[in-house]
Design a protein around this ligand. Structure first.
Ligand SMILES: [Zn+2]
Length: 327
């Protein structure tokens, strides 16, 4: 009997550096996470990657030789071909960081490189909410909006790894809002958490005389997206309008995916899904109202199930895929 193979996934993030090891059947054997100091610079970041990987291997008790490949999900703008983070945006001074070659040199393993949204998409497609679907679109609703497309178990990368960047597709032509990418009218400029809050403060300033639960905390502390969704659930009129607009914007983005890619499932992940069932119901309603009835509807549009583990699991699955295809 051959020795069991294992694969390691690394999730490089602005708040945490996470590593996990999966067995050949995809089950998570061990994982751990260390906080990232986003201002410490790339050298410290690479050192932390090494440390987290070494610690994960050690604590798992697995023979390092039986780990056949690594997968790394990274944030920001990347050079997919050369395994370089060009600009991590949320990590200070992370420009032109050669993550893949560094890890390959230190650990002497093949390393597959993918952006963080694609890593999470792989995780959900293989082991989470998209399991069993032939094709899946993944949308991550965080500060910004990322996305990934998986078809027959593989990421559709596109020429630069930019396929599935739904957050920067345009949903508004007249008086479009500015987006973090420098363009105008992108989905992210309406439905990303940062944009939802921006719209909330604008709405509060406009409707100052209107009764809203959001006014009072606005004076005491900074609002969070959760405050907006909570207030909407409690019937607050301003919050309700904001959630309705956010759901409608997302539904336009989802409908565009449905009519372009026609996936079996659309999986929504990221911090904003904590908003819960009411949010999902509204999105489904808008999508149903504006999309071809043959396209994914109702239950086919659902929340992710792997939470914070999606990235490490997906990166490790991608490592397994690479190893199997080259051996
Ligand atoms: Zn944009």
């Amino acid at each position: 009997m051959g020795k069991t193979h294992y694969y390691l996934g690394l999730d490089v993030g602005g708040t945490a550096m996470k590593a996990g090891i999966i067995s050949a059947d995809g089950s998570l054997v061990h994982c751990l996470s260390e906080p990232t100091n986003k201002n410490a610079g790339p050298a410290a970041g690479l050192a932390l990657m090494e440390q987290v990987i070494n610690l994960c291997i050690k604590k798992s008790g697995i023979d390092p030789d039986s780990i056949k490949a690594f997968g790394t999900g990274v944030p920001g703008i990347i050079d997919l071909k050369n395994g370089i983070i060009l600009d991590a945006v949320n990590l200070t001074d992370w420009k032109n960081v050669p993550v893949r070659s560094h890890l390959q040199k230190i650990f002497n393993k093949p390393v597959v490189f993918l952006n963080d949204a694609n890593a999470a998409a792989m995780g959900e497609a293989w082991l989470g909410a998209g399991k069993g679907a032939e094709s899946m679109a993944f949308i991550t609703l965080g500060t910004g909006i990322g996305g990934g497309l998986v078809h027959q178990g593989k990421i559709i990368e596109g020429r630069h790894g930019l396929a599935g960047e739904i957050g920067h597709t345009r949903i508004e032509m007249s008086r479009p809002r500015p987006c973090s990418c420098g363009q105008f009218g992108c989905l992210e400029a309406y439905a990303g958490a940062t944009s939802v809050l921006k719209r909330t403060y604008e709405a509060l300033a406009e409707d100052f005389n209107k009764i809203s639960d959001l006014h009072e905390p606005a004076e005491k502390k900074t609002l969070s997206c959760k405050d907006v969704f909570d207030a909407a659930r409690n019937g607050d009129p301003i919050a309700d309008r904001l959630v309705e607009e956010t759901s409608s914007a997302l539904a336009i983005g989802i409908t565009n995916i449905l009519h372009f890619f026609d996936p079996e499932k659309v999986v929504l992940g990221g911090g904003m899904i904590a908003a819960g069932d009411d949010f999902l119901k509204r999105i489904r309603w808008f999508v149903k109202d504006q999309s071809f009835k043959e396209c994914a509807q109702g239950e086919d549009i659902c929340f992710a199930t792997l939470g914070n583990d999606a990235g490490i699991l997906g990166a490790a699955i991608a490592a397994r895929q690479m190893f199997i295809s080259t051996n």
